[in-house]
Design a protein around this ligand. Structure first.
Ligand code: ATP
Ligand code: MG
Length: 551
């Protein structure tokens, strides 16, 4: 690996170093990771998690995991447990598990305070009218005719909204800031809407739910967060974040800082969009190994360390960065090259009969599990009269520079003998069904006498092998930037999954533990999938041996 061992510094670390040196926030660094529980976490979240938890840990501070659960229609307990599991799996420990819904009473109290101060009002325009009144980037907005309601009237209406006296859409509570502001977020943003939805934590207590901008800054303040780190799209919301805190004067004094979100080529990092892939059945679920979710990557064979390493390599920048897929793949490839035990597996088998061996004879070979890591030991591999090799490792009419087996040609079986193909057996349709080969008994661990044999191929013994299903994945999308498409679903790659039903692995792999990862010699790295049964293992290809995308 050529990457430096020490994480490169970045503007957020520099800012925090300055804050700590200036004794700001009593030198405390308190952060939070605040997902909405409306889906599973993806790699973008991993970047945010590594940043939030990583930076707090560096400065002996702490991080809360907070569910931003203010939108009960889209949120569920399934998502909350998946999020908790994924953050923990990535290797981070939160100080407190928090829920924005725990602050609903306090948020409501702040809202009534703002109403009493004349800083918030109940608006009764329809959603469409509110949009019209808001103006545009070039035109100022107009004041709502309800803007000057008295504090008393507003309080009564707000109370009624809370108690369920009105229908959804009849009223909203808005901040009274400035309808002519050049920042549209400051044009009297709504902070509460009527929603008569059951909430999985607060039940039917609330008929109104607070909106993101209002909820977020106050939740940060209530928890004592010092550094509220979020992605760039919230930059224009920062004045609103600060406005609410200035007017409500909570005890905490959090400060928002934005960083560039992660974009990854050939995939999509947004829960709202990923859910469409799940719900339309285009993928097998949130943990489909093609998904850029933490659960998908785990099932694909990525380790937590490799995802952390990815976040370290991409760094933190002020601007959005689009990262090539190979950066991610190299993280797991580099790790598995060092750690994964080697095995042999034939994905598309072709039968070979070694005619120079007697019927039923076999030999047990001692084979190293890793070419460099001696501590990984050795295993027994059976060499027997009937073997399987890869169909693509034989060619009757070899293309130029073909270094594998041909009729009359020789090849070395990895960790075994040199064999020669003497005869090709075909079925009635002319398909090759078997090769009859002879072996040179003097070539185990030795060069053949008087000639060069260049090619080396992998193989398994027919007697000591097990059939397995192997799933090979390609990019989920055909385009590097699928969301540039009108409908990103149109950019899906129809060939993102190939299933090989008749693969054969070394026999002992039939009981490989779910989650264990191997290098299948010459093929890549493969992880044992939870779909494996006692009679049949299922493997996912994590990644090939080399980068095949940039060639
Ligand atoms: P949705 O599509 O529902 O908005 P999301 O994928 O944007 O979902 P959020 O729950 O909104 O996820 O985000 C939780 C936290 O993760 C936020 O602090 C957000 O800034 C951060 N985050 C989300 N996407 C990325 C990304 N691509 N890169 C870095 N951080 C991200
Ligand atoms: Mg978001």
């Amino acid at each position: 690996m050529t990457e430096p061992d020490v994480a490169p510094s970045h503007f957020i670390r520099t800012m925090i170093e300055r804050d700590v040196a200036a004794n700001k926030h009593d030198q405390l660094v308190a952060t939070r990771f605040p997902p909405e529980p409306n889906g599973y976490l993806h790699l973008g979240h991993a970047k945010s998690i590594c940043l939030n938890f990583g930076i707090a840990e560096e400065f002996q501070g702490w991080t809360n995991l907070r569910f931003d659960d203010t939108n009960p229609d889209k949120e569920s307990e399934e998502y909350m447990s998946a999020i908790k599991r994924d953050v923990a799996w990535l290797g981070f420990t939160w100080k407190s598990l928090c829920y924005a819904s725990d602050y609903f009473d306090q948020l409501y109290d702040y809202a009534t305070f703002l109403v009493k101060e004349g800083l918030a009002y109940v608006d009764s325009l329809s959603a469409e009218e509110i949009r019209e009144y808001r103006g545009s980037l070039t035109e100022p907005g107009k004041n709502s005719p309800y803007r000057d309601r008295s504090a008393d009237e507003n309080l009564t209406l707000l109370e009624g909204m809370k108690n369920g006296d009105y229908d959804e859409g009849e009223h909203v509570l808005r901040l009274k800031i400035d309808m002519a502001s050049s920042n549209i977020n400051l044009r009297d943003p709504a902070i509460y809407r009527i929603k008569k939805t059951h909430h999985y934590r607060t039940g039917d207590k609330w008929n109104i739910y607070p909106l993101y901008d209002y909820t977020h800054c106050l939740s940060d303040a209530i928890e004592g967060i010092t550094h509220s780190l979020c992605t760039l799209e919230f930059e224009d919301h920062r004045p609103l974040y600060n406005w609410v805190l200035e007017k409500t004067q909570p005890r905490g004094k959090p400060e928002q800082t934005e960083f560039g979100p992660l974009n990854l080529e050939y995939t999509i990092l947004s829960k709202r969009r990923l859910i469409q892939l799940v719900e339309s059945g285009k993928v097998a679920g949130w943990d489909d190994p093609r998904m850029p979710t933490i659960a998908g990557l785990r099932r694909r064979g990525y380790s937590a360390a490799s995802i952390q390493e990815f976040c370290r390599r991409i760094g933190v920048t002020k601007n959005a960065a689009t990262i090539e897929m190979l950066v991610l793949e190299n993280c797991i490839r580099d790790e598995l090259n060092e750690t994964a035990p080697r095995r042999m597996a034939v994905l598309e088998p072709l039968k070979v009969v070694i005619t120079t061996l007697a019927e039923g004879s076999s030999e047990s070979l001692d084979v190293a599990n890793h070419p460099q890591q001696e501590h990984l030991g050795t295993r027994k591999v059976t060499f027997s009269r009937e073997l399987y090799i890869e169909q693509s490792d034989f060619a009757e009419v070899p293309p130029p520079k073909f270094k594998r087996l041909t009729t009359g040609g020789e090849v070395r079986l990895r960790s075994g003998y040199v064999i020669r193909c003497d005869e090709v057996i075909k079925d009635d349709q002319g398909n090759i069904v078997e090769l009859r080969c002879s072996h040179d008994a003097d070539t185990l661990g030795q060069k053949p006498q008087g000639r060069k044999v260049k090619g080396v191929i992998h193989w398994v013994s027919a007697d000591d092998s097990a059939t397995a299903e192997v799933r090979v994945y390609d990019r989920l999308f055909n385009r590097p930037d699928p969301i540039a498409e009108d409908d990103f679903m149109d950019a899906l790659n129809p060939d993102s999954l190939s299933v090989l039903q008749n693969a054969r692995t070394e026999g002992a792999l039939s009981t490989a533990e779910v989650g264990s990862v191997y290098q299948f010699e010459r093929q890549g790295y493969f992880v044992t999938d939870p779909d494996s049964t006692d009679s049949r293992a299922v493997f996912n290809r994590v990644v090939g041996l080399r980068d095949t995308w940039t060639n």
